[in-house]
Write a protein that binds this ligand. Structure first.
Ligand code: SF4
Length: 149
């Protein structure tokens, strides 16, 4: 199965702080025979690494810690991630929990106080609206680890 993956899971240092989020479980998906298709929506949207952390606001804008409105970059990255998902026939995306781009079901509330609220990152939301199943690394379906080969 072709699975869209947050690139930072594969050790790519594309996070806002210049680090990665290498994830052994996600690597196991590759070992089980899945084809992992990496995307970093924030980089695809043209943002630099490292960059100021950003959070989604209740009104739908994305504002970074310096007070800049980076919504357009987030939307552009989400559209590119969707395009890549479609090109590769991905019906499932496994994306990083709680990220303002990748988070699914739970994100930070926009106040930069580490407060979580129900919600979807910009890319996760678009993929979901377009019929792609989105899950994060904390709720992976055990069936995905059954060998595909
Ligand atoms: Fe990882 Fe997604 Fe953030 Fe890129 S936008 S660093 S893929 S969580």
């Amino acid at each position: 199965m072709n699975i869209l993956i947050s690139h930072c899971f594969l050790g790519e240092p594309c996070r806002y702080d210049g680090c990665s989020r290498l994830d052994r479980q996600v690597i196991e998906l590759h070992r089980a025979g899945h084809n992992l298709v990496p995307v970093c929506p924030e980089v695809l949207g043209g943002l630099d690494t490292p960059r100021a952390p950003a959070e989604l606001q209740p009104d739908g804008r994305v504002i970074n810690e310096d007070g800049e409105d980076v919504t357009e970059a987030y939307l552009a990255g989400a559209r590119k991630a969707l395009e890549i998902a479609r090109e590769n026939g991905c019906t499932l995306a496994v994306l990083k929990a709680r990220s303002p781009s990748c988070g699914s079901g739970e994100i930070y509330d926009g106040t930069f106080t580490h407060t979580l609220v129900p919600g979807w990152g910009v890319t996760a939301k678009l993929l979901r609206e377009e019929g792609i199943l989105v899950m994060d690394e904390e709720n992976l379906d055990s069936h995905l680890f059954e060998s595909q080969v």
